[in-house]
Design a protein around this ligand. Structure first.
Ligand SMILES: *[C@@H]1O[C@H](CO)[C@@H](O)[C@H](O)[C@H]1NC(C)=O
Ligand SMILES: *[C@@H]1O[C@H](CO)[C@@H](O)[C@H](O)[C@H]1NC(C)=O
Ligand SMILES: *[C@@H]1O[C@H](CO)[C@@H](O)[C@H](O)[C@H]1NC(C)=O
Ligand SMILES: *[C@@H]1O[C@H](CO)[C@@H](O)[C@H](O)[C@H]1NC(C)=O
Length: 390
């Protein structure tokens, strides 16, 4: 397994001093602040008009069906989430899933932690499962999604929580640290690490060229397909193939399907790939049903905000002083995920923490670490959480 504790080096955009990494950002311009104000206004006007198609696909055991809740956040959108109250003296763990997922992605962690007295908050993220599915990508920018999450914490009377995140959920966890550091005790990032406030400032095409130069392939070129018109139809028309590709057992194939346009050909051609075996047929049926009911057009907005400048604009409102995470972090690197290429050497630029507080674990895993190696991940998370001295 080669589990290791590792400390990451500083990067060109950062320097280390007093055992902490500092990241520099440019100040938000007044035009970007105006943009912020206008988009908030626009969102306030359109949010409540979004489609209210909310499938009720509560995850089965180990989730307890009587513990799912719905909450209308301050911008008028519904969030569906799983909430287990914490025993006295135990923290609440907030689990944030990515794409294409729902709260069900955390089934192995829910099974493990709910009997140990930890509080759990496991939302269906915006666009997914029982949560609202606005179609306009502007609803999905981090300043708004993080406020929704904090609204839920407030509604639950939770002052501070420990975040555990995966995939696009890690972007949200990063922004929770940037916008609401006082509300979180510690951050665990699985597979996708801390996304710095200036990450999206580099234009998409530039990031592709950079990856091509460093890795030899354009690992994020598939965002272009995910963010394109008609991607939802193409995915739903080849849904089995899409699901196999997402959970494929031979992750080296993601390298050949990563160049611009390749993923689209892959689906159009219904290319045969085989899914990994850590998702049982029953679990797969539950996962897929959530998307048959809720569709994939809203979830694809998570790619649109990243591919196009929505997130880039939105991130300009992050306060400078919050660019550095000043709380303990855990990073679980998946060594066989060639898209996130999350081996620590590639994560060095993204992971920001003091060397006192960064716990790094490496796993011989693909992208779906929390499902592929649940026992190891749960054990490592528990050890890390217990070690926080909360
Ligand atoms: C943190 O890093 C600095 C510089 O590399 C080093 O001097 C210091 O001993 C480290 N502290 C810990 C607790 O590892
Ligand atoms: C589910 O949660 C409810 C409410 O807390 C509780 O009464 C019930 O015993 C739980 N069911 C199981 C199977 O744990
Ligand atoms: C949600 O809250 C907004 C105000 O924030 C309100 O206008 C709307 O009616 C509420 N929707 C539901 C379904 O309760
Ligand atoms: C598409 O499928 C055909 C027939 O299976 C195959 O010959 C061709 O190489 C495939 N093209 C790509 C780009 O995968």
């Amino acid at each position: 397994m080669g589990l290791k504790n590792r400390i990451l080096a500083s990067t060109p955009s950062a320097f280390v001093e007093d055992h902490a990494v500092y990241i520099y950002l440019s100040a938000p311009t007044s035009s970007s602040m105006l943009f912020q104000a206008l988009s908030s206004l626009l969102l306030a006007l359109t949010a409540s008009a979004s489609p209210a198609l909310l499938p009720r696909v509560d995850a089965p055991a180990p989730f307890n069906s009587s513990l799912f809740k719905d909450f209308n956040v301050s911008r008028g959108l519904n969030y569906h989430y799983y909430a287990v109250p914490a025993d006295t003296g135990k923290p609440t763990l907030l689990f944030l899933h990515g794409f294409p997922s729902t709260s069900y992605d955390w089934r192995h962690q829910v099974a493990f932690f709910q009997d140990k007295g930890y509080g759990l908050l496991v939302p269906d993220m915006l666009g997914y499962g029982g949560t609202s599915k606005p179609l306009d990508p502007q609803h999905y920018v981090s300043s708004l999604v993080t406020r929704d999450i904090v609204n839920i914490l407030d509604a639950e009377g939770i002052d501070q929580a420990v975040v555990v995140s995966h995939d696009w959920g890690s972007k949200t966890a990063s922004r929770l640290a940037n916008y609401f550091p006082e509300r979180f005790l510690a951050y665990a990032f699985l597979v996708v690490g801390y996304t710095t406030p200036d990450y999206f400032a580099t234009p998409f095409e530039e990031r592709l060229s950079l990856d091509k130069a460093v890795l030899g392939y354009e690992r994020f070129a598939y965002w272009n397909f995910m963010a394109s018109k008609g991607a939802d139809q193409l995915i739903m028309n080849n849904f089995d193939s899409f699901w196999n590709t997402t959970f494929q057992n031979d992750t080296t194939k993601t390298i050949t399907s990563s160049p611009l346009g390749a993923l689209e050909v892959f689906f159009r051609n219904d290319t045969a790939v085989f899914a990994a075996d850590y998702v049982t047929p029953e679990e797969r049926a539950i996962q897929m049903e959530a998307f048959r009911q809720g569709g994939i057009v809203a979830p694809l907005n998570w790619y649109k905000v990243a591919r196009y400048p929505y997130e880039q604009q939105d991130d300009k409102s992050i306060p400078h002083k919050n660019a550095l995470i000043r709380s303990p972090i855990f990073f679980g690197a998946a060594l066989r995920d060639y898209i996130t290429a999350s081996a620590p050497v590639y994560m060095a630029g993204a992971l920001v923490a003091s060397n006192y507080t960064a716990t790094i674990r490496e796993y011989n895993s693909d992208h779906w670490l929390q499902m592929a190696l649940p026992d190891q991940v749960n054990g490592d998370l528990l050890e890390w959480i217990e070690g926080l001295g909360l």
